[in-house]
Write a protein that binds this ligand. Structure first.
Ligand code: PGA
Length: 253
């Protein structure tokens, strides 16, 4: 059975004291609540260890937002997957469209990052998604297929079973334009069929596929009610507990 997950992606927001306060507030708010999904927060590198030590990590998984494509050594300023894992983080967001666009992360680089993350027992939350011109040209299916194939299809079925996917149409990220629930369901179903063709029905059925892009308390319920939408990767609305909670609580399946 696949998991439902609501994951926050704080991006480059909050100082350490602000981030700690936000994580602790979320921790307090979730105490004693029975949830229908796992909760994860993706936070800046500088916050990982302090947050992992301050909250109940059995209730809230801690994620990095990136990791290096090298294991260790003379790579000034980089943070390795082993370093991330040593903080108590259990997840790492990889291939976010902002990393692909602004930091030139190629499918090859991402393939290496996925391998390093998995070698350090981190669960990759691997992001895919098309830009507006690709959607308008009707190329979104082939774009996401290529992103999955180029960075993930070297994995064995057993390894692939540990990956979480996040479909994030770039035109919906931070724009207030959400994909409709029907658009999300259509492409999530397509992605699952691509996985089934490679790894078989069981692996495809068990893969958690999140939707991301202007997901909020008003649209989460409809998005998550779709059979192939297993949760969300949430940017802006994860930065305040009163905006994040309605998304977590949107899961009633
Ligand atoms: P958004 O970001 O929810 O602010 O659109 C989502 C993301 O980039 O992961």
């Amino acid at each position: 059975m696949r998991k439902n997950i609501v994951a926050g992606n704080w991006k480059m927001n909050t100082t350490l004291p602000e981030g700690l306060a936000l994580a602790k507030e979320l921790n307090e708010t979730l105490k004693g609540k029975a949830l229908n999904c796992d909760v994860v927060i993706g936070v800046p590198f500088t916050h990982l260890a302090s947050i992992a030590a301050a909250i109940d990590t059995t209730k809230i998984g801690v994620s990095a937002e990136n990791c290096a494509d090298k294991a260790s050594g003379a790579y000034t300023g980089e943070v390795s997957a082993a370093m991330v894992a040593s903080t108590g983080a259990k997840y790492v967001i990889l291939g976010h469209s902002e990393r692909r666009a602004y930091y030139h992360e190629t499918p090859e680089i991402l393939k290496t990052k996925v391998e390093l993350a998995m070698a350090n027992d981190l669960t990759p939350i691997f992001c895919i998604g098309e830009v507006l011109e690709e959607r308008e040209a009707g190329k979104h299916f082939e774009v996401v297929d290529a992103q999955i194939k180029e960075s993930l299809f070297h994995l064995s079925a057993e390894e692939f079973g540990k990956i979480v996917l996040a479909y994030e149409p770039v035109w919906a990220i931070g724009t207030g334009k959400t994909a409709s629930a029907e658009q999300a369901e259509e492409i999530h179903a397509h992605i699952r069929a691509t996985l089934a063709a490679k790894y078989g029905e069981t692996v495809a059925d068990d893969c958690t596929i999140l939707y991301g892009g202007s997901c909020n308390g008003s649209n989460a319920k409809e998005l998550f009610s779709k059979p192939n939408v297993d949760g969300g990767l949430i940017g802006g609305a994860s930065l305040a507990v009163d905006k994040f909670m309605p998304i977590i609580e949107a899961f009633d399946k």
